[in-house]
Ligand binder design. Structure first.
Ligand code: NAP
Length: 544
Protein backbone atom coordinates (compact mmCIF):
# COMPACT_ATOMS: atom_id res chain seq x y z
CA UNK A 1 0.00 0.00 0.00
CA UNK A 2 1.34 3.44 -0.83
CA UNK A 3 1.65 5.99 1.91
CA UNK A 4 0.11 8.50 -0.45
CA UNK A 5 -3.59 7.72 -0.30
CA UNK A 6 -5.60 9.86 -2.71
CA UNK A 7 -2.69 12.25 -2.87
CA UNK A 8 -2.72 12.81 0.89
CA UNK A 9 0.52 12.04 2.65
CA UNK A 10 -0.01 9.69 5.55
CA UNK A 11 0.77 10.94 8.99
CA UNK A 12 1.69 8.79 11.95
CA UNK A 13 2.42 9.48 15.55
CA UNK A 14 5.44 7.18 15.39
CA UNK A 15 7.47 5.54 12.64
CA UNK A 16 9.66 2.61 13.67
CA UNK A 17 12.45 1.32 11.43
CA UNK A 18 13.30 -2.37 11.71
CA UNK A 19 11.26 -5.43 12.68
CA UNK A 20 13.83 -7.12 14.90
CA UNK A 21 13.22 -7.78 18.56
CA UNK A 22 13.58 -4.10 19.51
CA UNK A 23 11.39 -2.72 16.72
CA UNK A 24 8.60 -5.22 17.28
CA UNK A 25 8.38 -4.46 20.97
CA UNK A 26 8.48 -0.71 20.28
CA UNK A 27 5.60 -1.05 17.87
CA UNK A 28 3.66 -3.12 20.41
CA UNK A 29 4.04 -0.43 23.09
CA UNK A 30 2.93 2.29 20.71
CA UNK A 31 -0.09 0.25 19.64
CA UNK A 32 -0.97 -0.33 23.28
CA UNK A 33 -1.02 3.43 23.80
CA UNK A 34 -3.55 3.75 21.01
CA UNK A 35 -1.18 5.87 18.91
CA UNK A 36 -0.79 5.47 15.17
CA UNK A 37 2.38 3.66 14.13
CA UNK A 38 4.01 2.44 10.93
CA UNK A 39 6.96 0.06 10.94
CA UNK A 40 9.22 -0.31 7.90
CA UNK A 41 11.37 -3.38 7.40
CA UNK A 42 13.82 -4.14 4.59
CA UNK A 43 13.25 -7.90 4.85
CA UNK A 44 10.16 -9.76 3.73
CA UNK A 45 9.32 -10.79 7.28
CA UNK A 46 9.99 -10.10 10.94
CA UNK A 47 13.13 -11.13 12.84
CA UNK A 48 15.64 -8.38 12.05
CA UNK A 49 19.17 -9.71 11.80
CA UNK A 50 17.89 -13.24 12.42
CA UNK A 51 15.80 -12.94 9.28
CA UNK A 52 18.93 -12.52 7.16
CA UNK A 53 21.47 -14.60 9.06
CA UNK A 54 20.06 -17.98 8.14
CA UNK A 55 23.41 -19.54 7.28
CA UNK A 56 23.92 -23.20 8.26
CA UNK A 57 24.41 -23.50 12.01
CA UNK A 58 23.10 -20.03 12.90
CA UNK A 59 21.89 -20.01 16.47
CA UNK A 60 21.86 -17.68 19.44
CA UNK A 61 24.72 -17.86 21.93
CA UNK A 62 22.81 -16.63 24.99
CA UNK A 63 20.49 -19.22 26.55
CA UNK A 64 17.06 -18.94 24.95
CA UNK A 65 15.19 -18.81 28.23
CA UNK A 66 17.07 -15.51 28.67
CA UNK A 67 17.26 -14.41 25.02
CA UNK A 68 13.51 -13.94 24.75
CA UNK A 69 11.01 -11.25 25.64
CA UNK A 70 10.31 -10.71 29.32
CA UNK A 71 7.61 -8.07 28.98
CA UNK A 72 4.65 -10.42 28.84
CA UNK A 73 4.26 -13.06 31.54
CA UNK A 74 1.84 -15.18 29.53
CA UNK A 75 4.13 -15.20 26.52
CA UNK A 76 7.13 -16.34 28.51
CA UNK A 77 5.09 -18.98 30.33
CA UNK A 78 3.50 -20.38 27.19
CA UNK A 79 6.47 -20.41 24.84
CA UNK A 80 8.71 -23.46 25.04
CA UNK A 81 12.21 -23.60 23.54
CA UNK A 82 13.42 -26.92 22.23
CA UNK A 83 17.14 -26.39 22.79
CA UNK A 84 19.38 -24.61 25.23
CA UNK A 85 20.40 -22.23 22.42
CA UNK A 86 17.67 -21.76 19.80
CA UNK A 87 18.53 -22.22 16.15
CA UNK A 88 17.74 -19.51 13.60
CA UNK A 89 14.57 -21.32 12.36
CA UNK A 90 13.25 -21.58 15.92
CA UNK A 91 14.01 -17.90 16.54
CA UNK A 92 12.04 -17.07 13.40
CA UNK A 93 9.10 -19.12 14.65
CA UNK A 94 9.22 -17.18 17.89
CA UNK A 95 9.36 -13.78 16.14
CA UNK A 96 6.44 -14.73 13.90
CA UNK A 97 4.48 -15.96 16.89
CA UNK A 98 5.05 -12.63 18.65
CA UNK A 99 4.04 -10.65 15.56
CA UNK A 100 0.75 -12.60 15.37
CA UNK A 101 0.07 -12.70 19.08
CA UNK A 102 0.31 -8.91 19.42
CA UNK A 103 -1.28 -8.17 16.06
CA UNK A 104 1.76 -6.32 14.75
CA UNK A 105 1.61 -7.13 11.05
CA UNK A 106 -1.22 -4.71 10.31
CA UNK A 107 1.14 -1.76 10.83
CA UNK A 108 4.23 -3.28 9.24
CA UNK A 109 5.47 -2.72 5.70
CA UNK A 110 8.01 -5.28 4.50
CA UNK A 111 10.53 -5.17 1.65
CA UNK A 112 10.81 -1.47 2.28
CA UNK A 113 13.93 0.41 3.29
CA UNK A 114 13.84 3.83 4.85
CA UNK A 115 16.19 5.94 2.76
CA UNK A 116 15.89 9.33 4.45
CA UNK A 117 14.47 11.07 7.49
CA UNK A 118 14.37 14.86 7.60
CA UNK A 119 13.14 16.95 10.51
CA UNK A 120 10.74 19.72 9.63
CA UNK A 121 11.38 22.25 12.34
CA UNK A 122 8.31 24.31 11.66
CA UNK A 123 5.96 21.36 11.87
CA UNK A 124 8.13 19.57 14.46
CA UNK A 125 7.70 16.35 12.56
CA UNK A 126 9.90 13.89 10.68
CA UNK A 127 9.43 13.39 6.95
CA UNK A 128 10.42 9.85 6.08
CA UNK A 129 11.05 8.52 2.58
CA UNK A 130 11.30 4.89 1.61
CA UNK A 131 12.76 2.77 -1.17
CA UNK A 132 9.17 2.33 -2.44
CA UNK A 133 8.84 6.07 -3.01
CA UNK A 134 6.51 6.45 -0.06
CA UNK A 135 6.72 9.65 1.92
CA UNK A 136 5.19 9.70 5.37
CA UNK A 137 5.37 12.05 8.28
CA UNK A 138 5.71 11.21 11.97
CA UNK A 139 5.97 13.06 15.23
CA UNK A 140 8.54 10.56 16.49
CA UNK A 141 10.96 8.32 14.65
CA UNK A 142 12.56 5.30 16.31
CA UNK A 143 15.51 3.60 14.64
CA UNK A 144 15.53 -0.04 15.65
CA UNK A 145 17.96 -0.87 12.88
CA UNK A 146 20.13 -3.27 14.88
CA UNK A 147 23.81 -3.11 15.76
CA UNK A 148 24.82 -6.17 13.74
CA UNK A 149 22.65 -5.81 10.66
CA UNK A 150 24.67 -4.06 7.98
CA UNK A 151 26.75 -6.84 6.43
CA UNK A 152 30.22 -6.09 5.13
CA UNK A 153 32.18 -7.64 2.28
CA UNK A 154 35.76 -6.41 1.85
CA UNK A 155 36.59 -4.89 -1.47
CA UNK A 156 38.77 -7.78 -2.67
CA UNK A 157 40.60 -7.35 -5.96
CA UNK A 158 38.75 -9.29 -8.63
CA UNK A 159 35.55 -9.59 -6.56
CA UNK A 160 33.50 -9.31 -9.74
CA UNK A 161 35.75 -11.66 -11.72
CA UNK A 162 34.92 -14.73 -9.68
CA UNK A 163 32.42 -16.86 -11.63
CA UNK A 164 31.38 -19.34 -8.91
CA UNK A 165 28.67 -18.98 -6.26
CA UNK A 166 29.03 -16.23 -3.68
CA UNK A 167 27.28 -16.26 -0.31
CA UNK A 168 27.27 -13.84 2.60
CA UNK A 169 26.54 -15.29 6.02
CA UNK A 170 24.80 -11.99 6.85
CA UNK A 171 22.46 -12.25 3.84
CA UNK A 172 21.98 -15.94 3.29
CA UNK A 173 19.50 -16.98 0.55
CA UNK A 174 16.08 -18.26 1.55
CA UNK A 175 16.36 -21.28 -0.71
CA UNK A 176 18.21 -24.24 0.71
CA UNK A 177 21.90 -24.23 -0.22
CA UNK A 178 23.67 -27.55 -0.36
CA UNK A 179 27.43 -27.85 -0.78
CA UNK A 180 27.44 -31.59 -1.45
CA UNK A 181 30.35 -32.54 -3.63
CA UNK A 182 31.62 -28.95 -3.88
CA UNK A 183 34.95 -27.27 -3.23
CA UNK A 184 34.09 -24.43 -0.86
CA UNK A 185 35.99 -21.48 0.60
CA UNK A 186 35.01 -19.67 3.80
CA UNK A 187 36.63 -16.28 4.36
CA UNK A 188 36.66 -15.26 8.02
CA UNK A 189 36.75 -17.03 11.36
CA UNK A 190 34.47 -14.91 13.59
CA UNK A 191 31.24 -16.16 15.22
CA UNK A 192 29.35 -16.66 11.95
CA UNK A 193 32.16 -18.73 10.44
CA UNK A 194 32.68 -20.68 13.67
CA UNK A 195 29.01 -21.72 13.62
CA UNK A 196 28.77 -22.51 9.93
CA UNK A 197 32.12 -24.20 9.22
CA UNK A 198 31.38 -27.51 11.04
CA UNK A 199 28.14 -27.95 9.07
CA UNK A 200 29.52 -26.90 5.71
CA UNK A 201 32.46 -29.27 6.26
CA UNK A 202 30.02 -32.17 6.54
CA UNK A 203 28.61 -31.38 3.10
CA UNK A 204 31.56 -30.14 1.07
CA UNK A 205 33.98 -32.32 -0.83
CA UNK A 206 36.76 -29.93 0.18
CA UNK A 207 36.58 -26.93 2.48
CA UNK A 208 39.26 -24.23 2.65
CA UNK A 209 39.05 -21.82 5.59
CA UNK A 210 40.87 -18.52 5.05
CA UNK A 211 41.85 -17.19 8.45
CA UNK A 212 43.37 -13.78 9.10
CA UNK A 213 42.90 -13.70 12.88
CA UNK A 214 42.06 -16.80 14.94
CA UNK A 215 39.15 -16.64 17.39
CA UNK A 216 38.83 -17.74 20.97
CA UNK A 217 35.91 -20.14 21.03
CA UNK A 218 34.27 -22.09 23.85
CA UNK A 219 32.13 -25.21 23.32
CA UNK A 220 28.51 -24.08 23.58
CA UNK A 221 27.37 -27.44 24.98
CA UNK A 222 24.06 -27.04 23.24
CA UNK A 223 21.42 -29.73 23.56
CA UNK A 224 17.71 -30.29 24.13
CA UNK A 225 16.37 -27.99 26.81
CA UNK A 226 16.11 -29.82 30.10
CA UNK A 227 12.39 -29.82 30.97
CA UNK A 228 12.99 -29.73 34.75
CA UNK A 229 15.20 -26.72 34.23
CA UNK A 230 12.54 -25.06 32.10
CA UNK A 231 9.96 -25.74 34.81
CA UNK A 232 12.16 -24.15 37.46
CA UNK A 233 12.78 -21.13 35.23
CA UNK A 234 9.07 -20.67 34.60
CA UNK A 235 8.18 -20.98 38.26
CA UNK A 236 10.46 -18.05 39.04
CA UNK A 237 10.52 -16.18 35.73
CA UNK A 238 9.52 -12.75 37.06
CA UNK A 239 11.95 -12.81 39.89
CA UNK A 240 14.68 -14.13 37.73
CA UNK A 241 14.17 -11.52 35.00
CA UNK A 242 14.52 -8.86 37.67
CA UNK A 243 17.85 -10.37 38.67
CA UNK A 244 18.87 -10.29 35.01
CA UNK A 245 17.99 -6.59 34.75
CA UNK A 246 19.92 -5.83 37.93
CA UNK A 247 22.98 -7.69 36.69
CA UNK A 248 26.00 -6.39 34.82
CA UNK A 249 25.54 -8.28 31.57
CA UNK A 250 21.82 -9.00 31.60
CA UNK A 251 22.24 -12.76 31.55
CA UNK A 252 22.54 -14.85 34.68
CA UNK A 253 21.27 -18.38 33.96
CA UNK A 254 19.76 -20.17 36.90
CA UNK A 255 21.02 -23.46 35.59
CA UNK A 256 24.68 -23.02 36.26
CA UNK A 257 26.77 -21.57 38.99
CA UNK A 258 28.90 -20.59 36.00
CA UNK A 259 27.08 -17.34 35.29
CA UNK A 260 27.57 -15.92 38.78
CA UNK A 261 29.96 -12.98 38.55
CA UNK A 262 33.20 -13.64 40.37
CA UNK A 263 34.06 -10.36 42.15
CA UNK A 264 37.69 -11.38 42.82
CA UNK A 265 40.84 -10.61 40.87
CA UNK A 266 42.18 -13.46 38.73
CA UNK A 267 45.72 -12.81 39.88
CA UNK A 268 45.05 -12.40 43.57
CA UNK A 269 43.53 -15.84 44.07
CA UNK A 270 45.57 -19.04 44.23
CA UNK A 271 46.26 -20.95 41.02
CA UNK A 272 43.98 -23.74 42.29
CA UNK A 273 41.08 -21.36 42.91
CA UNK A 274 41.53 -19.76 39.51
CA UNK A 275 41.60 -23.06 37.68
CA UNK A 276 38.58 -24.28 39.61
CA UNK A 277 36.60 -21.26 38.36
CA UNK A 278 37.79 -21.70 34.77
CA UNK A 279 37.14 -25.46 34.71
CA UNK A 280 33.63 -24.99 36.11
CA UNK A 281 32.84 -22.44 33.36
CA UNK A 282 34.46 -24.59 30.67
CA UNK A 283 32.19 -27.49 31.67
CA UNK A 284 29.15 -25.20 31.55
CA UNK A 285 30.09 -23.92 28.10
CA UNK A 286 29.23 -20.80 26.15
CA UNK A 287 29.79 -17.24 27.16
CA UNK A 288 29.94 -17.64 30.93
CA UNK A 289 33.60 -16.56 31.00
CA UNK A 290 32.29 -13.00 30.69
CA UNK A 291 31.28 -13.19 34.33
CA UNK A 292 34.49 -14.79 35.54
CA UNK A 293 37.06 -12.75 37.53
CA UNK A 294 36.38 -9.03 37.79
CA UNK A 295 39.67 -7.79 36.30
CA UNK A 296 39.72 -9.91 33.13
CA UNK A 297 38.67 -6.92 31.02
CA UNK A 298 41.10 -4.44 32.48
CA UNK A 299 44.25 -6.24 33.57
CA UNK A 300 46.45 -7.85 30.92
CA UNK A 301 48.10 -10.21 33.40
CA UNK A 302 44.70 -11.42 34.63
CA UNK A 303 43.48 -11.73 31.06
CA UNK A 304 46.54 -13.80 30.10
CA UNK A 305 45.64 -16.43 32.70
CA UNK A 306 42.32 -17.07 30.97
CA UNK A 307 43.79 -16.80 27.46
CA UNK A 308 46.42 -19.43 28.38
CA UNK A 309 43.75 -21.69 29.85
CA UNK A 310 41.60 -21.50 26.71
CA UNK A 311 44.61 -21.94 24.39
CA UNK A 312 45.54 -25.18 26.22
CA UNK A 313 41.96 -26.45 25.92
CA UNK A 314 41.91 -25.52 22.23
CA UNK A 315 45.19 -27.34 21.51
CA UNK A 316 43.66 -30.50 22.92
CA UNK A 317 40.81 -30.28 20.40
CA UNK A 318 43.03 -30.31 17.29
CA UNK A 319 45.06 -33.37 16.27
CA UNK A 320 47.69 -31.74 14.06
CA UNK A 321 50.03 -29.58 16.20
CA UNK A 322 50.86 -27.20 13.31
CA UNK A 323 47.21 -26.56 12.56
CA UNK A 324 46.49 -26.17 16.27
CA UNK A 325 49.23 -23.56 16.56
CA UNK A 326 47.71 -21.54 13.70
CA UNK A 327 44.29 -21.67 15.37
CA UNK A 328 45.52 -20.17 18.65
CA UNK A 329 44.87 -16.43 19.07
CA UNK A 330 48.02 -14.82 20.40
CA UNK A 331 48.02 -11.14 19.66
CA UNK A 332 44.93 -9.75 21.38
CA UNK A 333 43.31 -10.20 24.79
CA UNK A 334 40.69 -12.87 25.21
CA UNK A 335 37.22 -11.24 25.06
CA UNK A 336 38.86 -8.24 23.32
CA UNK A 337 36.93 -9.60 20.35
CA UNK A 338 33.55 -11.19 21.03
CA UNK A 339 33.97 -14.74 22.34
CA UNK A 340 32.54 -17.41 20.07
CA UNK A 341 30.43 -20.33 21.29
CA UNK A 342 30.80 -23.38 19.07
CA UNK A 343 29.75 -26.92 18.37
CA UNK A 344 32.73 -28.95 17.10
CA UNK A 345 34.47 -25.96 15.52
CA UNK A 346 38.08 -26.86 16.26
CA UNK A 347 37.41 -30.60 15.85
CA UNK A 348 36.35 -29.83 12.26
CA UNK A 349 40.00 -29.19 11.40
CA UNK A 350 40.66 -32.88 12.17
CA UNK A 351 38.66 -33.85 9.08
CA UNK A 352 40.56 -34.86 5.95
CA UNK A 353 38.45 -32.57 3.75
CA UNK A 354 39.20 -29.36 5.69
CA UNK A 355 42.26 -27.16 5.13
CA UNK A 356 43.14 -24.10 7.16
CA UNK A 357 44.83 -21.39 5.10
CA UNK A 358 46.42 -18.73 7.26
CA UNK A 359 46.36 -15.38 5.49
CA UNK A 360 47.77 -13.44 8.44
CA UNK A 361 51.04 -12.68 6.67
CA UNK A 362 49.90 -13.00 3.05
CA UNK A 363 46.43 -11.60 2.48
CA UNK A 364 44.11 -12.84 -0.24
CA UNK A 365 45.75 -11.25 -3.29
CA UNK A 366 42.70 -11.38 -5.48
CA UNK A 367 39.67 -13.37 -6.50
CA UNK A 368 40.17 -15.07 -9.85
CA UNK A 369 37.56 -16.43 -12.22
CA UNK A 370 37.89 -19.82 -10.54
CA UNK A 371 38.75 -19.06 -6.94
CA UNK A 372 41.18 -17.20 -4.69
CA UNK A 373 44.83 -16.34 -5.10
CA UNK A 374 47.04 -16.43 -2.00
CA UNK A 375 50.81 -16.23 -2.37
CA UNK A 376 51.64 -18.29 -5.46
CA UNK A 377 48.68 -20.61 -5.10
CA UNK A 378 45.25 -20.44 -6.69
CA UNK A 379 42.54 -22.18 -4.64
CA UNK A 380 39.91 -23.24 -7.16
CA UNK A 381 36.47 -23.43 -5.58
CA UNK A 382 32.82 -23.78 -6.59
CA UNK A 383 31.52 -21.48 -3.85
CA UNK A 384 32.93 -18.69 -1.69
CA UNK A 385 31.29 -17.84 1.62
CA UNK A 386 32.02 -14.38 2.97
CA UNK A 387 31.77 -14.62 6.76
CA UNK A 388 33.35 -11.21 6.93
CA UNK A 389 31.16 -9.50 9.52
CA UNK A 390 29.28 -6.24 9.82
CA UNK A 391 29.65 -2.51 9.69
CA UNK A 392 28.52 -2.81 13.28
CA UNK A 393 26.62 -0.41 15.54
CA UNK A 394 26.56 2.58 13.18
CA UNK A 395 26.37 0.99 9.70
CA UNK A 396 22.60 0.60 9.42
CA UNK A 397 21.92 4.10 10.79
CA UNK A 398 24.42 5.71 8.44
CA UNK A 399 22.72 4.06 5.47
CA UNK A 400 19.80 6.43 6.08
CA UNK A 401 20.20 10.11 5.21
CA UNK A 402 19.23 11.79 8.46
CA UNK A 403 18.93 15.56 8.77
CA UNK A 404 17.84 17.17 12.02
CA UNK A 405 17.30 20.73 13.17
CA UNK A 406 18.78 23.42 10.88
CA UNK A 407 19.52 20.73 8.30
CA UNK A 408 22.14 19.21 10.61
CA UNK A 409 23.40 15.97 9.09
CA UNK A 410 23.80 12.98 11.42
CA UNK A 411 26.80 11.58 9.54
CA UNK A 412 28.58 14.91 10.00
CA UNK A 413 27.57 15.11 13.65
CA UNK A 414 29.08 11.63 14.08
CA UNK A 415 32.23 12.28 12.11
CA UNK A 416 35.13 10.77 14.04
CA UNK A 417 32.84 8.87 16.40
CA UNK A 418 29.11 8.48 17.01
CA UNK A 419 27.67 10.67 19.77
CA UNK A 420 24.39 10.01 21.51
CA UNK A 421 23.23 10.91 25.00
CA UNK A 422 22.67 7.59 26.83
CA UNK A 423 22.97 6.03 23.39
CA UNK A 424 19.35 7.03 22.88
CA UNK A 425 19.24 10.49 21.28
CA UNK A 426 21.61 12.92 19.59
CA UNK A 427 21.66 16.66 20.12
CA UNK A 428 20.12 18.51 17.16
CA UNK A 429 17.84 15.58 16.26
CA UNK A 430 14.59 16.11 18.18
CA UNK A 431 12.17 13.21 18.65
CA UNK A 432 14.59 10.74 17.05
CA UNK A 433 15.50 7.70 19.13
CA UNK A 434 18.04 4.89 18.66
CA UNK A 435 17.48 1.41 20.07
CA UNK A 436 20.55 -0.78 20.66
CA UNK A 437 22.48 2.07 19.11
CA UNK A 438 25.97 3.49 19.61
CA UNK A 439 27.04 4.79 23.04
CA UNK A 440 24.65 2.48 24.87
CA UNK A 441 25.85 -0.87 26.06
CA UNK A 442 24.66 -3.16 23.29
CA UNK A 443 28.03 -4.79 22.75
CA UNK A 444 28.54 -6.41 26.11
CA UNK A 445 25.11 -7.00 27.55
CA UNK A 446 22.16 -9.13 26.48
CA UNK A 447 20.67 -7.18 23.58
CA UNK A 448 17.18 -8.45 24.44
CA UNK A 449 17.13 -6.95 27.90
CA UNK A 450 18.82 -3.76 26.79
CA UNK A 451 16.33 -3.15 24.01
CA UNK A 452 13.35 -3.96 26.21
CA UNK A 453 14.58 -1.44 28.73
CA UNK A 454 15.24 1.18 26.05
CA UNK A 455 11.83 0.64 24.42
CA UNK A 456 10.16 1.26 27.77
CA UNK A 457 12.29 4.39 28.28
CA UNK A 458 11.37 5.75 24.83
CA UNK A 459 7.72 4.82 25.29
CA UNK A 460 7.59 6.81 28.51
CA UNK A 461 9.25 9.81 26.81
CA UNK A 462 6.66 9.75 24.07
CA UNK A 463 3.93 9.62 26.68
CA UNK A 464 5.49 12.45 28.71
CA UNK A 465 6.17 14.75 25.78
CA UNK A 466 2.96 13.96 23.93
CA UNK A 467 1.56 14.74 20.53
CA UNK A 468 0.96 18.49 20.68
CA UNK A 469 2.15 20.34 17.61
CA UNK A 470 4.83 22.04 19.68
CA UNK A 471 6.05 18.84 21.38
CA UNK A 472 9.73 18.07 20.98
CA UNK A 473 12.59 16.61 22.95
CA UNK A 474 16.33 16.47 22.35
CA UNK A 475 19.33 16.19 24.65
CA UNK A 476 21.32 19.34 25.30
CA UNK A 477 24.77 19.43 23.76
CA UNK A 478 26.21 19.65 27.28
CA UNK A 479 24.41 16.45 28.32
CA UNK A 480 25.69 14.71 25.20
CA UNK A 481 29.27 15.93 25.77
CA UNK A 482 29.19 14.81 29.38
CA UNK A 483 27.84 11.38 28.44
CA UNK A 484 30.62 10.94 25.89
CA UNK A 485 33.21 11.95 28.51
CA UNK A 486 31.68 9.51 31.00
CA UNK A 487 31.56 6.72 28.42
CA UNK A 488 35.19 7.24 27.46
CA UNK A 489 36.26 7.46 31.11
CA UNK A 490 34.48 4.20 31.97
CA UNK A 491 35.99 2.48 28.92
CA UNK A 492 39.49 3.91 28.98
CA UNK A 493 41.18 1.06 30.85
CA UNK A 494 39.37 -1.66 28.95
CA UNK A 495 41.43 -4.22 27.08
CA UNK A 496 38.91 -3.89 24.25
CA UNK A 497 41.18 -1.14 22.93
CA UNK A 498 43.87 -3.75 22.18
CA UNK A 499 41.95 -5.74 19.57
CA UNK A 500 40.87 -4.86 16.05
CA UNK A 501 37.24 -5.73 16.51
CA UNK A 502 33.83 -4.39 15.57
CA UNK A 503 33.57 -3.11 19.16
CA UNK A 504 36.10 -0.47 18.11
CA UNK A 505 34.94 -0.04 14.51
CA UNK A 506 38.33 -1.49 13.62
CA UNK A 507 37.04 -4.26 11.34
CA UNK A 508 35.98 -1.84 8.61
CA UNK A 509 38.74 -0.17 6.58
CA UNK A 510 38.52 3.61 6.92
CA UNK A 511 36.03 3.57 9.81
CA UNK A 512 37.32 5.80 12.61
CA UNK A 513 38.63 3.75 15.51
CA UNK A 514 36.51 4.51 18.57
CA UNK A 515 34.87 2.63 21.37
CA UNK A 516 31.29 2.30 20.18
CA UNK A 517 29.61 1.04 23.35
CA UNK A 518 29.18 2.04 26.96
CA UNK A 519 30.99 -0.43 29.21
CA UNK A 520 29.30 0.52 32.47
CA UNK A 521 27.10 -2.58 32.70
CA UNK A 522 23.33 -2.88 32.40
CA UNK A 523 22.50 -2.01 35.99
CA UNK A 524 24.54 1.22 35.92
CA UNK A 525 23.23 2.09 32.49
CA UNK A 526 19.65 1.81 33.72
CA UNK A 527 20.44 4.07 36.67
CA UNK A 528 22.00 6.62 34.29
CA UNK A 529 18.93 6.53 32.06
CA UNK A 530 16.62 7.03 35.04
CA UNK A 531 18.74 9.93 36.26
CA UNK A 532 18.88 11.32 32.72
CA UNK A 533 15.31 12.45 32.76
CA UNK A 534 15.08 13.56 36.35
CA UNK A 535 13.75 16.99 37.25
CA UNK A 536 11.41 17.09 34.36
CA UNK A 537 14.01 16.26 31.69
CA UNK A 538 16.48 18.92 32.79
CA UNK A 539 19.23 17.35 30.63
CA UNK A 540 17.08 17.91 27.56
CA UNK A 541 15.69 20.76 25.51
CA UNK A 542 12.01 20.12 25.84
CA UNK A 543 8.82 21.64 24.63
CA UNK A 544 5.34 20.24 25.14
P1 NAP B 1 33.33 -10.91 12.75
O1 NAP B 1 33.38 -11.45 14.11
O2 NAP B 1 33.63 -9.47 12.55
O3 NAP B 1 34.27 -11.80 11.85
C1 NAP B 1 34.59 -11.45 10.55
C2 NAP B 1 35.71 -12.33 10.07
O4 NAP B 1 36.04 -11.96 8.74
C3 NAP B 1 36.98 -12.16 10.89
O5 NAP B 1 37.60 -13.40 11.04
C4 NAP B 1 37.80 -11.22 10.03
O6 NAP B 1 39.18 -11.30 10.24
C5 NAP B 1 37.44 -11.72 8.64
N1 NAP B 1 37.74 -10.72 7.64
C6 NAP B 1 37.19 -9.49 7.52
N2 NAP B 1 37.77 -8.83 6.49
C7 NAP B 1 38.68 -9.68 5.94
C8 NAP B 1 39.59 -9.58 4.86
N3 NAP B 1 39.69 -8.47 4.13
N4 NAP B 1 40.38 -10.64 4.60
C9 NAP B 1 40.28 -11.75 5.34
N5 NAP B 1 39.45 -11.91 6.39
C10 NAP B 1 38.65 -10.87 6.68
O7 NAP B 1 31.88 -11.15 12.10
P2 NAP B 1 30.83 -12.30 12.44
O8 NAP B 1 31.47 -13.61 12.51
O9 NAP B 1 29.71 -12.13 11.49
O10 NAP B 1 30.32 -11.91 13.88
C11 NAP B 1 30.02 -10.57 14.23
C12 NAP B 1 29.27 -10.54 15.52
O11 NAP B 1 27.95 -10.98 15.31
C13 NAP B 1 29.82 -11.46 16.58
O12 NAP B 1 30.90 -10.90 17.25
C14 NAP B 1 28.60 -11.66 17.46
O13 NAP B 1 28.44 -10.59 18.33
C15 NAP B 1 27.48 -11.66 16.45
N6 NAP B 1 27.12 -13.02 16.08
C16 NAP B 1 26.46 -13.73 17.01
C17 NAP B 1 26.11 -15.01 16.76
C18 NAP B 1 25.37 -15.73 17.80
O14 NAP B 1 24.61 -15.23 18.56
N7 NAP B 1 25.52 -16.96 17.91
C19 NAP B 1 26.46 -15.60 15.55
C20 NAP B 1 27.13 -14.85 14.60
C21 NAP B 1 27.46 -13.56 14.88
P3 NAP B 1 39.88 -10.28 11.31
O15 NAP B 1 39.43 -10.78 12.65
O16 NAP B 1 41.31 -10.41 11.03
O17 NAP B 1 39.34 -8.91 11.01
Amino acid sequence: MSALDNGVQQEFDVVVVGAGFAGMYMQHRIQQRGLSVRLYEAGSGVGGTWYWNRYPGARVDIESVEYSYSFDEELQQEWSWSERYASQPELMKYCNHVADRFDLRKNMRFDTKVVSAHYDEKMRRWTIKTSKQDTVSAKYCVLATGFLSSGSVPDFNGLQDYQGNKYLTSKWPKEEVNFNGQRVAVIGTGSSAVQSIPIIAEQAKQLYVFQRTPSFSIPARNGPLDRDYEKRVKQNYRDWRKQQRDSRGGFISVNFQAMKPNPKSAIEVSVEERLEDYEMRWRSGGLCFYSSFADLFTNQEANDTLADFIREKTKARVNDPETAELLLPKDYPIMGKRLCADTNYFETYNRDNVTLVSIKDSPIEKLTMAGLQVRDHEYKVDSIIFATGFDAVTGAIKNIEICGRDGKNLQEHWEGAPRAYLGLMSSGFPNLFFLDGPCSNGALVSPMLLSEYQVEWVDKCIDDIGMAESASLEPSLVAEDEWMEHMNEVGKDSLLHLANSWYMGANIPGKPRALLSYLGGLETYRQQCQAGRENNYERFIKSI
